[in-house]
Design a protein around this ligand. Sequence first.
Ligand SMILES: CC(C)(COP(=O)(O)OP(=O)(O)OC[C@H]1O[C@@H](n2cnc3c(N)ncnc32)[C@H](O)[C@@H]1OP(=O)(O)O)[C@@H](O)C(=O)NCCC(=O)NCCS
Length: 155
Amino acid sequence: MNLSIIQLGTMHLNECLNLDQKSLNGIWSKSQWLRELTNPKRICLGLIELDTKKLLGLCSAWSVLDELHITFMAVHPRHQRKGLGRFLLTDLIKRSKSLQTNHIHLEVKKNNEQAKAFYNSMGFKTIGNRSNFYKDGSDALLLYKETINKSLNQQ
Ligand SMILES: CC(C)(COP(=O)(O)OP(=O)(O)OC[C@H]1O[C@@H](n2cnc3c(N)ncnc32)[C@H](O)[C@@H]1OP(=O)(O)O)[C@@H](O)C(=O)NCCC(=O)NCCS
């Protein structure tokens, strides 16, 4: 597959809505996606298949001081478990390092086993539990990854 990761903009609004719908049953509305795609504090990355121009993966995050908070992460259901999520998240982490990010946080549904396995494989650790976090009443686990380069900071 010929793939490219790009910063998404408003021209990708419908594709974001579509992928959100297919992968997570539509967690964000059109106006929420529009805000996500226009806010300069957000990093919204898309994994594009170059031959078809299709959006196969999507992640979004906001950065405050040295912290990055991941708000959305999904790969098209037909392309899951092919390493695309890892490719996209690794790229996001690489870009966030240039923003001086030292810590990454995110919430994941407690019963979302595939996402928990994915983040676990990417080195995230569970550091908390948020009760009743989601609209359906389910809990979220708070996951954390440190990206600080200790050897450099100790110099
Ligand atoms: C979670 C998600 C983004 C992972 O993306 P992906 O492209 O399927 O994951 P990858 O193929 O890059 O997997 C990387 C590693 O994560 C782990 N992993 C991913 N999916 C897994 C699964 N279903 N079961 C067990 N481990 C899994 C594995 O260790 C895998 O490495 P391996 O295939 O070499 O064993 C994807 O499954 C998805 O979009 N899920 C629906 C949306 C969602 O739940 N998003 C998270 C919201 S917080």
